[in-house]
Unconditional design. Structure first.
Length: 126
């Protein structure tokens, strides 16, 4: 199995920084790849991945601003709240880097959240 195929079959880790590095390596030759770093509830790192000109960036920014305002002050409920709230915006979760690549090529945006061992799909096509 080639290295790229092995990378795309790899399960998404829960550490955002590790996931970010992996995605950037897979998309290193893609000039249309875009990233928005932000903090959910002002605390938890998140990263939107999308392709320029294929995504409704205005809607993506609206969602990002809403997520930044979430109240995540109770650590015991933080993971559950993120899961429920993000799922309210996205269509489903995915588990591998290959699925991330597939969703990006289908004009979807993808959200990675620190502490979540999956990614969330957002259908925000232009």
């Amino acid at each position: 199995m080639s290295e790229t195929v092995m990378e795309t079959c790899q399960v998404i880790p829960s550490q955002l920084e590790q996931s970010r590095r992996q995605v950037e390596a897979l998309l290193e030759n893609c000039s249309d790849a875009a990233y928005i770093h932000f903090r959910l509830g002002g605390e938890i790192p998140g990263l939107f991945l999308y392709f320029n000109s294929l995504t409704n960036e205005e809607r993506l920014n609206e969602i990002r601003l809403q997520m930044q305002k979430w109240d995540l002050s109770d650590p015991a409920k933080r993971s559950l709240l993120i899961e429920q709230e993000v799922t309210g915006f996205s269509s489903s979760g995915i588990d591998t880097f290959g699925e991330i690549m597939d969703q990006l090529t289908l004009d979807n945006s993808v959200l990675l959240v620190d502490g979540a061992a999956k990614a969330f799909i957002f259908s925000l096509s232009e």
